[in-house]
Write a protein that binds this ligand. Structure first.
Ligand SMILES: C[S@@+](CC[C@H](N)C(=O)[O-])C[C@H]1O[C@@H](n2cnc3c(N)ncnc32)[C@H](O)[C@@H]1O
Length: 268
């Protein structure tokens, strides 16, 4: 324990443990307790040293093991007696991760903290799915949006602004609303034939990728039986996904796959 508690809000990336930052790994090695989400992969959790307490706070759309305000309180309560707390979150803490809310609660309770970025789902899965988020001649920019449309959010969304043929759209948490989202984008002017992809557990050995068009994606996703977590990418860049797919049919990797034993840092 430290004299005064300290919380590291750490991004765990999209699942492949090799995508964890060095800083994230060092935080795990110094932790007294790790508070983690459902999105954090087992392979990343395997890097938490034996003997460090682990608290799962769940968080999925249908099942919140702990509501956000109780997670905030838990972090304060754990840190107050002087513990080093790692709050491990899928992807990046500040992209649809509610990291800002947790940081504010810590600040208001006079608990010192740091925020360690992680590779967000959009960045990780696009690389592993062969989809450059921007590409000269195909896409000049990228939008990250949430597809979890609750409490009238749907009406507030500016679909016209999102339905740009020369921009890539990445939709987080959109699986449940995919038919509605695709229909709204088409109604706002995006061509039905716009390439679109849905990726389940991107960057992980169990990654599944469904490639279709904006009009066809909901049916194809349901046919493939994709389950959460799924991120959706819409835009002309998706047309490159077969040609640039290095992950699905990868042969011998240039660097061997992750091996805890060979990682000196993991033993430090
Ligand atoms: C609550 S958001 C958290 C996002 C996270 N903070 C980030 O930066 O990636 C959860 C959503 O992220 C997306 N997601 C996260 N990891 C993913 C992965 N490995 N594969 C596909 N989608 C993922 C899914 O859309 C999922 O519903």
């Amino acid at each position: 324990m430290t004299k005064k508690g300290f919380v590291s809000l750490v991004g765990a990336g999209p699942g492949d443990p090799d995508l964890l930052t060095v800083r994230a790994l060092r935080c795990l090695q110094k932790a007294d307790v790790v508070v983690f989400d459902r999105l954090v992969s087992d392979a990343v959790m395997a890097l938490v040293p034996a003997g460090v307490s682990r608290i799962s706070v769940g968080k999925s759309r249908a099942c919140h093991t702990l509501p956000q305000d109780q997670i905030n309180e838990l972090l304060v309560d754990l840190a107050t007696p002087g513990r080093r707390v790692v709050r491990l979150k899928g992807g990046d803490p500040y992209i649809f991760g509610r990291g800002g809310e947790e940081a504010l609660e810590l600040r208001r309770n006079d608990i010192d903290f740091e925020v360690i970025p992680g590779i967000t789902a959009a960045a990780g899965i696009s690389c592993y799915a062969g989809i450059p988020l921007t590409h000269r001649g195909l896409s000049q920019g990228v939008h990250f949006v949430t597809g979890q449309l609750q409490h009238g959010d749907a009406a507030a969304i500016d679909w016209r602004c999102l339905a740009k043929p020369d921009t890539t759209l990445v939709i987080y948490m959109g699986l449940g609303n995919l038919p509605y989202i695709c229909a709204e984008l088409i109604a706002a002017g995006l061509d039905t034939s716009t390439p679109a992809a849905a990726i389940h557990r991107g960057t992980q050995a169990t990654q599944q990728k469904v490639i279709s068009t904006l009009a066809g994606l909901p049916v194809e996703v349901s046919r493939a039986g994709l389950r959460s977590p799924v991120a959706t990418i819409v835009g002309q860049v998706v047309s490159l996904s077969e040609e640039l797919d290095w992950f699905t049919n990868r042969g011998e990797p240039a660097i061997e796959d992750f091996d805890h034993e060979s990682l000196d840092l993991a033993r430090a």
